[in-house]
Design a protein around this ligand. Structure first.
Ligand SMILES: [Zn+2]
Length: 68
C-alpha cells in the first residue's frame, strides 16, 4: 500500500502518531499548515496537512484502513 503524504483531519486523527483514539496527544506547540487538495487516504478534496504534522503514521496504520 502506498504511504499517504497528505491527510485530511479525520484521516490524520485515525492514522497519525499524535493521536490516540482520535484525541490529540502531540506537542502543545505543534503547528499545522493545511492546503486544499485531495487527501491521500480517503480521496476527498478538503484541507489536508502533511503527514509529519499528524506525527507520522501509527505503526499499525494499515490496520486502521481495513474496514473502510
Ligand atoms: Zn482523508
Amino acid at each position: 500500500m502506498k504511504v499517504p503524504e497528505k491527510l485530511c483531519q479525520p484521516c490524520g486523527r485515525k492514522l497519525g502518531g499524535f493521536y490516540i483514539d482520535e484525541r490529540f496527544v502531540g506537542p502543545a506547540t505543534h503547528i499545522a499548515t493545511y492546503t486544499l487538495r485531495c487527501c491521500d487516504v480517503c480521496g476527498k478534496k478538503t484541507a489536508v496537512g502533511d503527514l509529519k504534522e499528524f506525527g507520522g503514521l501509527k505503526k499499525d496504520w494499515t490496520y486502521y484502513l481495513k474496514g473502510r
